[in-house]
Write a protein that binds this ligand. Structure first.
Ligand SMILES: O=C(O)C1=C[C@@H](OP(=O)(O)O)[C@@H](O)[C@H](O)C1
Ligand SMILES: C=C(OP(=O)(O)O)C(=O)O
Length: 407
């Protein structure tokens, strides 16, 4: 679907209720399958959580998780411990290019039986579930925290628990902390000190319900809208100040880009501050990689120079996000350079009208560029990519007065 997005007024107001965090949802779905039948409130309605639910309920040999990175990584560990079950775990063409070798090696060290059916180090995986008998493992921590979260969750189901030694720099740390916090809420004991994570064994959990906070990565697009507006007041729910999601750092980062955040009960209010934009910002986003695209586009829209670092994981996400950003921002009129772990945007520049943004099968390429419609009409290829994390995205923008036209 090719979609043209326009907004006549730079003044915004309204309320948006955003679906549950897909990261929290996919962890809780896995933990529910491992440890007990608690209810999950405000579960994400994203495709990624949908495939996770289907995969966990499936009795088929072939399980296809499409584009969902968390589902791929979490389920590799889950099916490896599922005694007597043989699973061929596969995904989209892009998923077959996203590395999983470090996780497979770690699981094999613990005794898992996993083989690659096409390319070494990549899905599809033939997983023969069995009892894992070892309880110590080490792995490089600078590629994806999802491998570590996967090990932590199944770790609690092993007879002796699990000790994970993290080698080198640790990336996306808040996602590891999120996994730990959810384990703690379920009564599972763990520790994370320096480079060592210890997970105590658990049989089942006594809690009867868990509530997912709404998705902070999805809120980033509203931060961008407010930053690019003339005046704005948006009420977004359901959020809390003490979030488990690292992307809640948005409140701090966008304060520097002219957006004020007020936390009310369950709601955040975003307001445009009186025009006082900086000439240049520098952010290290190693702890919050999913908001890099949003911030790059906001800075372009504001004409603010930016240096974004800590982006070493962006090349192995839904697409090579650094290349994709460079291509699409250049089409719009930006002067931008990227390395394999950073992005640098020059100050100023005008925003070209009616440019068609390629989305590279990456939900965040569509959603990150959408706020530019406050400045110029903009067109999106494959607009339905948003379904991966936020299926109501275009409807919610329409709710704020944006016009969408299918071309
Ligand atoms: O654990 C998670 O829920 C996630 C971890 C991050 O991945 P990496 O650890 O691979 O950076 C993030 O980019 C992804 O969207 C979700
Ligand atoms: C990288 C992402 O997801 P995943 O790795 O789970 O596919 C994302 O949602 O931006």
């Amino acid at each position: 679907m090719i979609l043209k997005l326009q907004q006549k007024t730079p003044h915004l107001s309204g309320d948006v209720r955003i679906t549950g965090s897909k990261s929290e949802s996919n962890r809780l779905l896995l933990l529910q399958a491992l440890f007990g039948n608690f209810e999950i409130n405000n579960l994400s309605n994203s495709d990624d959580s949908d495939v996770m639910q289907r995969a966990l309920a499936s009795t088929q040999r072939v399980v296809d998780i499409h584009h969902a990175g968390t589902a791929m990584r979490f389920l590799t560990a889950y099916f490896a411990t599922y005694e007597g079950r043989e699973t061929l775990l596969t995904g989209s063409n892009r998923m077959k290019e996203r590395p999983i070798g470090l996780l497979v090696d770690a699981l094999r060290t613990l005794g898992a039986d996993i083989t690659y059916t096409e390319t070494e180090g990549y899905a599809p995986l033939l997983i023969k579930g069995k009892k894992l008998t070892k309880n110590t493992v080490s792995l490089a921590a600078n590629v994806s925290s999802q491998y570590i979260s996967a090990l932590m969750m199944i770790g609690a189901s092993l007879e002796k628990g699990l000790e994970i030694t993290l080698l080198g720099n640790i990336t996306s740390v808040p996602y590891i902390e999120m996994t730990r916090s959810l384990l703690t809420q379920l009564g599972i004991v763990s520790s994370f000190e320096n480079q060592l994570i210890k997970i105590e064994p658990a049989k089942n959990v006594s809690i009867s319900e868990m509530t997912v906070e709404s998705d902070w990565s999805s809120v980033s697009y509203y931060y961008s809208l407010v930053a690019l507006s003339k005046t704005a007041k948006l009420n977004l729910s359901s959020y809390k100040k003490e979030s488990l999601q690292g992307d809640a750092v948005l409140a701090e980062l966008y304060d520097k880009l002219g957006v004020q955040t007020t936390f009310l009960e369950n709601t955040i209010v975003l307001e445009k501050e009186v025009e006082s934009k900086p000439r240049r910002v520098s952010f290290d986003l190693a702890n919050c990689p999913d908001i890099a695209q949003t911030i790059a586009v906001t800075c372009f829209g504001l004409g603010v120079a930016c240096d974004l670092t800590g982006l070493h994981t962006l090349k192995i996400k839904e697409t090579d996000r650094l290349e994709a950003l460079k291509n699409e921002l250049t089409k719009l009129g930006a002067t931008i350079t990227v390395t394999d772990k950073s992005l640098h945007l020059k100050e100023g520049g005008t925003c070209n009208e009616n440019i068609t943004i390629k989305t590279y099968q990456d939900h965040r390429m569509a959603m990150a560029f959408a706020p530019l419609a406050l400045k110029v009409p903009i067109i999106f290829e494959d607009a339905e990519v948003v379904n991966k994390s936020y299926p109501d995205f275009w409807a919610d923008f329409r709710g704020l007065g944006f016009k969408t036209e299918q071309l």
